[in-house]
Design a protein around this ligand. Structure first.
Ligand code: DQA
Length: 152
């Protein structure tokens, strides 16, 4: 099947707490790319992959849970950087399990090179996979992996 015949895949992109500060926040760890720039990069990459992205950032756990629940029937995949909630949120993990939508977890930094409390992710076990440590490129690689998985 030619690329032009592929059905459009809709991906919900979730950014957790403090990621709205990207560009200003600890640039030595998270880089200088802003969240808007990451969302644009993802929209461009999605177009190449015959997909579309719907980004949402929230500092509130419940808003992220609501968005995951609402994704049921709306989006075929979820790309998530849950920020600090990665390491604390059973609620986000349960929401991903409940909707049963293939999910890829991404992190800008390599969480395994950092403090021990960042080494555990509640999301990893319910995600298809995780990409960590490639800066803004983690999102692009995550989107590619997710769309590729959904096309199988
Ligand atoms: C992060 C890593 C988390 O430990 C941290 O709390 C973040 C960002 C990352 O993208 O590297 O907020 O998810």
């Amino acid at each position: 099947m030619g690329l032009e015949e592929l059905p459009l895949i809709s991906v919900l992109v979730l950014h957790g707490p403090n990621l709205n500060l990207l560009g200003k926040r600890e640039p030595e760890i998270y880089g200088s790319v802003t969240l808007d720039a990451i969302n644009r990069l993802l929209a461009e990459e999605a177009q190449k992959l015959q997909a579309k992205t719907s980004p949402l950032q929230s500092n509130h756990e419940g808003v992220l849970v609501d968005a995951i629940q609402a994704a049921h029937g709306e989006h075929q995949g979820i790309l998530i950087n849950a920020g600090a909630y990665t390491h604390t949120s059973v609620a986000i993990r349960d929401a991903i399990t409940a909707v049963n939508i293939p999910t890829v977890e991404v992190h800008l930094s390599n969480i395994y090179q950092r403090e021990t409390f960042r080494h555990h992710s509640y999301i990893a076990a319910v995600a298809i996979g995780q990409i960590s440590g490639f800066g803004a490129n983690s999102y692009r690689l995550g989107l590619q992996a997710l769309v590729d998985y959904l096309r199988q």
